[in-house]
Ligand binder design. Structure first.
Ligand code: HEC
Length: 185
């Protein structure tokens, strides 16, 4: 694998913003940052520090709820969560890692994003959150892999994820990106 894939995320952003402006403009991390600012920061704040409208995501909190694991189901579960929101999961129903004990509605009501974000935007914002707020090296590594796969159509996403899209659907779709090359789901 190219050495670039193992650079930490700040190096990726640095290279993207200062030396390759066009890549920064189209890069999936830049897209994720933009989506986060437009659609998520109002409640979670730009830094992911949280507010009375949305829980804290930074300092690795987001990875406690949606952990990185060999099959990267945490990534798929987080995509599913962002698409569904509180009502889509159903108040009182669990989401994320069982040990975390999250039940939809524990904090407040998060809107779902099936309609107002494309599947690509959801993937971008989730990779961004995991890399920037969760300090996930896996997400930082996957971002350029995902971007390349989208560009050369090795990864083809639907226009939108919908309420019918399951965690397993997302995991299957993203399986070709995973370091192991496939998912067990
Ligand atoms: C209107 C406020 C609001 C907006 C906008 C919002 N969220 Fe949330 N978010 C919440 C709330 C409230 C919760 C907790 C949900 C619950 O209690 O059911 C949450 C939970 C989460 C969680 C799980 C955190 C955990 O540890 O349980 C993630 C991840 C998340 N949001 C990501 C996002 C992303 C990505 C976006 C933008 C696409 C977004 N949120 C937009 C309010 C919001």
């Amino acid at each position: 694998m190219p050495v670039l894939l193992f650079l930490p995320i700040w190096a990726y952003i640095y290279v993207g913003t200062l030396e390759e402006p066009t890549r920064a403009a189209t890069g999936i991390m830049a897209e994720g940052l933009e989506v986060f600012g437009a659609k998520c920061a109002a409640c979670h704040t730009a830094s992911g520090g949280g507010s009375s409208s949305g829980p804290k995501l930074d300092d690795g909190e987001v990875l406690l709820t949606f952990p990185d694991d060999p099959d990267n189901l945490g990534l798929a579960q987080q995509v599913h969560w962002v698409v569904q929101g509180t009502n889509g999961i159903g108040e009182g129903n669990p989401y994320g890692a069982a040990e975390r004990g999250r039940l939809a509605g524990w904090f407040a009501n998060m809107p779902g994003h099936a309609d107002d974000l494309t599947a690509r935007e959801v993937l971008a914002v989730v990779l961004y959150e995991r890399a920037a707020h969760g300090a996930s090296e896996l997400a930082a590594t996957l971002a350029p892999v995902a971007e390349e796969a989208l560009n050369d159509e090795a990864l083809v996403l639907p226009e939108h994820f919908t309420e019918e899209t399951s965690v397993a659907d997302v995991a299957d779709l993203l399986a070709p990106l995973m370091p192991s090359g496939e998912s067990e789901s």
